[in-house]
Design a protein around this ligand. Sequence first.
Ligand SMILES: Nc1nc2c(c(=O)[nH]1)N(C=O)[C@@H](CNc1ccc(C(=O)N[C@@H](CCC(=O)O)C(=O)O)cc1)CN2
Ligand SMILES: Nc1ncnc2c1ncn2[C@@H]1O[C@H](COP(=O)(O)OP(=O)(O)OP(=O)(O)O)[C@@H](O)[C@H]1O
Length: 192
Amino acid sequence: MESRFEDSTARRQALRREMVNRRAALDAATHARRSAEIVEILRSTVKMPQICAFCWPIKHEPDVRAIVDDWLGQGARAALPVVDAPGAPLRFREWTPTALLAPDRYGIPTPVAGDWLVPDLILIPLNGFDAAGYRLGYGGGFFDRTLAALVPRPLTVGVGFEINRIDSIQPEAHDQRLDWIVTEAGAFSCGG
Ligand SMILES: Nc1nc2c(c(=O)[nH]1)N(C=O)[C@@H](CNc1ccc(C(=O)N[C@@H](CCC(=O)O)C(=O)O)cc1)CN2
Ligand SMILES: Nc1ncnc2c1ncn2[C@@H]1O[C@H](COP(=O)(O)OP(=O)(O)OP(=O)(O)O)[C@@H](O)[C@H]1O
């Protein structure tokens, strides 16, 4: 049992790095084009939420901030995740275009003030993903823990690039399945 645990942990660690490396190899124009394609698909498939959580892109993740700007202009509110501590669920703090952001413990720009909000939609960046709707992140377990705790559960839409598609992330008991995955190739319902 111990060695099997170490194997799956080692596999995930190697996959996490590989997924970041694949995105890092995209040139800026390709990255921008694919991000824009994802935003177009989101525009035509996702109903505007009341409160949209999204992530400030890191590690060459897709940049879908344009749809958040659209929704803000149409009356929605937006929020970014805040890491209180490793092992704790995320909380979400309001973001507006004038919000002051400061790097958190991982260097991720994070609001330093603002209302704490509960999103009805979360746009979740996919470091890696599979067709069943499982996501590979950066190993913190933050979204798994957060989604396990949120009642009612918000709509979860993973946003990723096709180069980060994996046959199966070999989900574990704690892995939360996303409702939708949107890539530059389309919107996929995961039927979780
Ligand atoms: N853009 C973005 N923001 C996000 C997330 C995300 O996936 N993307 N998160 C999604 O949950 C949360 C942050 N989760 C993170 C977890 C680990 C690392 C990280 O850099 N890990 C190091 C190893 C650090 C360590 O072990 O101490 C690494 O990958 O090198 C970064 C973010 C909240 N904000
Ligand atoms: N609901 C939960 N309760 C307690 N621990 C959890 C829960 N969900 C995940 N974890 C723990 O978090 C750790 C990391 O999980 P995982 O490898 O799935 O992270 P990840 O999805 O890559 O990370 P992140 O969402 O931060 O990007 C695991 O060791 C797991 O035990």
